[in-house]
Design a protein around this ligand. Structure first.
Ligand SMILES: *Cc1c(COP(=O)(O)O)cnc(C)c1O
Length: 216
């Protein structure tokens, strides 16, 4: 049976066979798994981990981060404004900035904590069902607001394509939008579609089940 380390290495091999022109960061999405289960990957030296709930992430990672200063934690899930303070305390990257109220509280808290996180703006590429993400026609204005009015360090765009649909066109569109804003980083690609995402310029892939196995 393969271990989570074997699986990570397999993914790294697949990535290098694609010969991407920039470093691809693998965010190991550890939501729902206990620290005991994740620990071998931390000990192995893996640095990027992703969670989608602030409370779960706090109890799982607060102590770890004190011991291991190099760990980078990514908030990849929907973030409520009333959890923004805790999120700023714990995370290094937030992938799910998608409205002004949230952006404002993030800016306020990171200023008062004297921190400067990395942010992705989550984009809703015209899909009705999806509630998260800023609509494309508001993206320019929202980006300028975050970057210039409230000094959030927006490093790129993020998308979650709808399930049961070809992700490729979503990745292509997001890559184009990213370029139009001269942004350098893209958060796209999960276990099922990370190869396609990397082919379309992604350098932050969010991999859960392909590393840790199925979630219950
Ligand atoms: C859970 C999750 C992932 C990882 O999904 P897998 O299919 O298990 O790789 C990636 N991105 C987001 C936003 C998630 O919530």
């Amino acid at each position: 049976m393969d271990t989570i380390i074997d699986r990570l290495e397999k993914i790294k091999l697949k990535i290098s066979s694609l010969k991407p022109d920039k470093l691809v960061n693998i965010i190991a999405v550890s939501k729902t798994f206990t620290l005991d289960y994740i620990q071998p990957l931390i000990n192995y030296g893996h640095l990027h981990f992703g969670e989608n709930k602030v409370q779960e992430a706090l109890s799982k990672w607060s102590e770890q981060k004190k011991v291991n200063k190099n760990l980078k934690l990514h908030m990849i899930g929907k973030l409520q404004s009333n959890k923004a303070k805790d999120a700023v305390k714990l995370f290094d990257y937030i992938h799910s900035v998608d409205n002004q109220k949230l952006a404002d509280v993030l800016a306020k808290h990171q200023k008062s904590m004297n921190k400067n996180l990395n942010y992705f703006i989550q984009v809703n590429l015209g899909n009705e069902i999806q509630k998260s993400g800023i609509p494309v026609n508001e993206l320019d204005g929202f980006y300028n607001y975050c970057q210039n009015e409230i000094n959030l360090d927006v490093i790129g765009l993020m998308v979650i394509p709808p399930i049961n649909q070809s992700a490729e066109e979503y990745f292509k569109s997001l890559n184009e939008l990213n370029k139009s804003l001269s942004l350098k980083n893209l958060s796209m690609g999960m276990s099922a579609d990370y190869i396609e995402a990397i082919k379309n310029g992604s350098n932050f892939i969010r991999i859960g089940s392909s590393i840790f196995g199925p979630r219950s």
